[in-house]
Design a protein around this ligand. Sequence first.
Ligand SMILES: Nc1ncnc2c1ncn2[C@@H]1O[C@H](COP(=O)(O)OP(=O)(O)O)[C@@H](O)[C@H]1O
Ligand SMILES: [Mg+2]
Length: 244
Amino acid sequence: MTCTKKSTNICIFAFFVVFLHPQTVFYAMIEVKNLYKSFGELEVLKGVNLRVEKGEIVAIVGKSGAGKTTLLQIIGTLDRPTKGQVLIQGTDVFAMKDRDLAAFRNRHVGFIFQFHQLLPEFTALENVCIPAMIAREKESDYTARATKLLTDLGLSDRLQHKPNALSGGEKQRVAAARALMMSPDIILADEPTGSLDEKNKRELSDLLLQLRKDYGQTILLVTHDKELASMADRVIEIKDGVIG
Ligand SMILES: Nc1ncnc2c1ncn2[C@@H]1O[C@H](COP(=O)(O)OP(=O)(O)O)[C@@H](O)[C@H]1O
Ligand SMILES: [Mg+2]
């Protein structure tokens, strides 16, 4: 094929994308392959398969005890499976040593938990800074970034408040800012609206949509909340240890 000047540029661009960033082209953001997890005799996950593309919002539903949290914790590399693989942009995460895995997690995955899990003795700003401190970034850089995130989330006048001086919705927004601190590719949220009232539920749901719009994040959320699930691109159910 002869390339004109324009198509030469396209060829060069395609070369850079395909050869230098193959994960962008070929791999799903998250791929779970034949995943099993047992706790002693109890088999919770029995061959889960799941593929989530970049920028997708996927809601996971299922009865209490179905294994939703277990699956989310394994995808977030906080726990290891009994068998099976999790690939994040093509990287087989459990092939990594624990230390490398911890660094990988800090860079690529942000968590929002039901009870926000902020550290009570630290201010909102300090809580948000923690992932960057762990990554040994420069203080002035991460303080500026955390301040901007909290400001973007409407908390500019709450930077120095400790969690017990914040409302439920504010705490959940601080937790969202902390999850975003390292610009993760993936946000994992486990019952993020579980401790919120109706108004704050709606705000969190809007916030997740906004995050995807502004930062292009892939969001996997576990929820009982039908309204929150309905804003996802896809709802999947865990039943009898598999995704139906
Ligand atoms: N660390 C653990 N040790 C033993 N059993 C566990 C552990 N974590 C979860 N389980 C059990 O695994 C099952 C699935 O739990 P979980 O993933 O928390 O369910 P869900 O989030 O869907 O309510 C439950 O029966 C729970 O008791
Ligand atoms: Mg759970």
